[in-house]
Design a protein around this ligand. Structure first.
Ligand SMILES: Cc1cc2nc3c(=O)[nH]c(=O)nc-3n(C[C@H](O)[C@H](O)[C@H](O)COP(=O)(O)O)c2cc1C
Length: 441
């Protein structure tokens, strides 16, 4: 609810109805640069944006890449916005470079990988609004842009903890000196892990053109499709079952849980290959492995927030998906066990090949370091770090713990006491103000 100010003491107005420089008293500047006709639009939002950006450059708009980036943190939902430069546009989205460790925007994006961008090109009387989800560029991608920056900026990125208060100028100078020493004589400086690009992958782009109307308004919104990124499309099995499963999961899952599900799939697949499992040798079973991993946490989404435990809702959703494609009862049962019991240590391992494989992969995901002792897991060790660069963790423990807890708070029957959700709910109720990863995770 919006809080209203005390009406008995109206605040004195410091600015009231400004006319934006109009010399006509009481009348704001009119927008009349031109109408926007749907038939003039380019076929995709990216093409349309590209055309407008070029027109802005031609019209000598000052730094048309300047854009307001808005983010919001969870769970408090507080928004924040700042001016940044859009440095790249590709077919997936709009790229911005920044510090992703200490800045306010990094904290927002870690808890809530969604963002909005607003461009305003005054000379053209044009605004473009973009809303979408955020993905981190790989360090290889960020390195390409980083290498184009002058040495001072590259050193600066290493030295400056963005949005943190420094003791004084000397502290920054000292940090710069240390970094200079570290890279003395080296032309090639690696991009810091905490610095780089994010891409806002648009789900909505709106083009606004000022026109001779009051209020000025000619608005056209274009919805974008959410095709998987090139990284992802190369790993999805090339069948209708898996392609549709991915599209469904990606449209519902929190980005952090989606990345976790993709990593889980790649670990499970690698383990299956190393054990010469039937889930590797028989191509017909690849879809079952994929669906089990991509749907294993789908019960955390609003669409599948039914009365049962999230694991059971997810297992039922996977079986419903597989049923559309004539998968056998025995195969569906394996997928059901895999998902329904994936939080039941000591039981799931004995329910069959697929449940045991995915449980091992989960050990790699979640038991910081101890997993190295899990039998047969060494094949995955070497590529864990690399995989987490491509599909970042995005605070998965916190996101997943909070998602399951939130459902359980609203519907306690989803969290029986002797279950993983039950443990999360108990931990939450013991300390509801705790802001970190749920202590029962
Ligand atoms: C014209 C202009 C361009 C800017 N470009 C960037 C940018 O590309 N990346 C960036 O991290 N900050 C940029 N900044 C600084 C941000 O506005 C902001 O102060 C900084 O990123 C810290 O924001 P945060 O604490 O909200 O994360 C720019 C500021 C201005 C005025």
């Amino acid at each position: 609810m919006l809080h209203s100010a005390n009406p008995s003491a109206p605040p004195s107005k410091r600015i009231f109805a400004p006319t934006g420089g109009s010399t006509d008293p009481g009348h704001a500047v009119q927008y009349q640069a031109g109408a926007l006709d749907k038939s003039d639009l380019h076929p995709t939002p990216t093409d349309q944006f590209h055309a407008w950006f070029q027109e802005a450059l031609d019209a000598k708009v000052y730094q048309p890449e300047t854009v307001t980036l808005a983010t919001a943190s969870l769970p408090d939902g507080k928004p924040s916005a700042r001016i940044v430069f859009m440095k790249e546009l590709d077919d997936r989205g709009f790229v911005i470079y920044s510090n992703w460790e200490t800045s306010r925007k990094s904290k927002d994006v870690k808890s809530n990988p969604q963002a909005a961008l607003t461009f305003w090109w005054r000379e053209m009387e044009r605004q473009v609004r973009v809303e979408g989800h955020v993905e981190r560029l790989t360090s290889e991608e960020s390195q390409v842009y980083y290498d184009t920056r002058i040495r001072g900026s590259r050193i600066g990125a290493w030295a400056s903890p963005q949005s943190q208060v420094l003791e004084g100028r000397e502290e920054l100078e000292k940090r710069v000196e240390e970094v200079e020493k570290r890279f003395d004589g080296k032309d090639k400086i690696p991009v810091p892990d905490f610095w780089g690009g994010i891409r806002v992958v648009p789900e909505m782009v709106e083009f606004w053109q000022g026109y001779n109307m009051c209020p000025p308004e000619t608005i056209t919104s274009l919805q974008t499709s959410s095709a998987p990124s090139p990284n992802v499309s190369s790993i999805i099995p090339p069948t209708e079952i898996s392609q549709k499963a991915y599209a469904h999961a990606a449209s519902l899952l929190h980005s952090s849980i989606l990345n976790h599900s993709i990593r889980l799939y790649l670990y499970t697949k690698t383990l299956a290959a190393s054990k010469n499992s039937i889930y590797h040798t028989n191509p017909a079973k690849h879809d079952q492995l994929f669906v089990a991993c991509l749907f294993h946490d789908i019960g955390t989404t609003e669409t599948y927030n039914g009365p049962q435990r999230f694991e059971v809702e997810g297992a039922d959703a996977a079986v419903a998906h597989l049923s559309q494609f004539g998968v056998s009862e025995g195969d569906k049962q394996q997928v059901w066990y895999t998902i329904a019991l994936h939080t039941s240590n000591g039981i799931v391992e004995r329910m069959g090949e697929l449940p045991a494989l995915m449980r091992k992969a989960l050990a790699v995901e979640f038991s910081a370091g101890d997993w190295k002792n899990v039998e047969g897991i060494d094949v995955v060790v070497e590529y864990k770090a690399k995989l987490e660069m491509t599909y970042p963790r995005l605070d998965i423990e916190k996101v997943l713990g909070d998602a399951v807890t939130l459902q359980a708070v609203e519907k306690p029957e989803k969290a029986p006491s002797a279950s993983w959700p039950g443990g999360l709910l108990r931990a939450y109720l013991e300390d509801p103000d705790w802001k970190g990863v749920n202590k029962g995770f």
